[in-house]
Write a protein of this length. Structure first.
Length: 255
């Protein structure tokens, strides 16, 4: 499953808005290295585009600081988040408003086929067999949210991954939602699936990703990280907002 993202170097409306990757932030230093590597992959794919990184919390630069230092008057914010939820709906728009920035906030990265492509490749890297057995199944481990739309997004990603793998995939959560990863593993085992893998639906390593991987009875995939498909997905979300910008108004809305 491959998707090609064509180059888009200049907006028909004038100066090209910057692309700002918005990461959550983590106390795990590996997370910062991962999102920086992803930003570098995006720059490699679109060299003429101004690409920046900002965080919601825990790491620098924070999003308002990034927005204050942009070389362009406009920006598209692409959340490095995998579902809709409080951060996408409230935190990021409010931080942009406080910075008095002219922005559009793109949808989260999931659900999308490019996300599923990454999940599949990470499972194969972890030892998932190219020839699956009927006893195999997968738990899609995600952070979790009280927002019902977040759970809908994770469920849809699980369905797309199930279609890609040809085995059952149950979404499970590290916090704020059910089932938990151990509960999902027990449910699949009770159904006769004795080779249960955990697919890590996290952008980068951190407490939740590590916790979920440790609960795997068989194999656990690495987080999504700076996979090439993730870089293409970031640019796809950016381009979606550029199309919307061109078709709806001569200028970006002030967040």
């Amino acid at each position: 499953m491959t998707a090609s993202i064509p180059p888009r170097e200049e907006s028909p409306l004038g100066s090209t808005p910057a692309l700002v990757l918005v990461a959550h932030g983590s106390r795990d230093p590996r997370a910062l290295n991962t999102v920086r590597a992803l930003a570098d992959r995006v720059r490699d794919l679109r060299p003429a585009l101004s690409v920046h990184l900002g965080h919601i919390e825990l790491n620098e630069p924070l999003l308002p600081d990034t927005l204050a230092q942009l070389p362009t008057p406009e920006a598209v914010l692409v959340p490095l988040l995998l579902t809709r939820g409080y951060h996408v709906k409230r935190d990021i728009p409010e931080m942009a408003a406080q910075a008095h920035a002219h922005t559009r906030v793109a949808p989260p990265l999931g659900p999308h086929p490019l996300l599923v492509e990454t999940l599949y490749d990470r499972l194969v890297e972890a030892g998932w067999p190219t020839r699956t057995r009927r006893a195999s199944a997968v738990v899609l481990a995600a952070a979790g949210s009280r927002d019902p739309e977040s759970k809908l997004d994770t469920t849809r990603t699980a369905r797309l991954l199930a279609t890609r793998l040809g085995v059952p995939v149950i979404p499970a959560y590290a916090s704020a939602a059910t089932p938990t990863v151990p509960e999902a593993i027990r449910a699949l085992t009770a159904q006769g699936h004795h080779r249960v893998a955990v697919a890590s639906c996290f952008t980068a390593l951190g407490r939740f990703a590590t916790q979920c991987a440790e609960q795997a009875p068989w194999i656990a995939s690495a987080p999504l990280g700076a996979h090439p498909a993730m870089a293409r997905l970031v640019l796809h979300r950016y381009d979606q907002m550029m199309v919307t910008r061109a078709s709806t108004a001569p200028e970006l809305a002030s967040a």
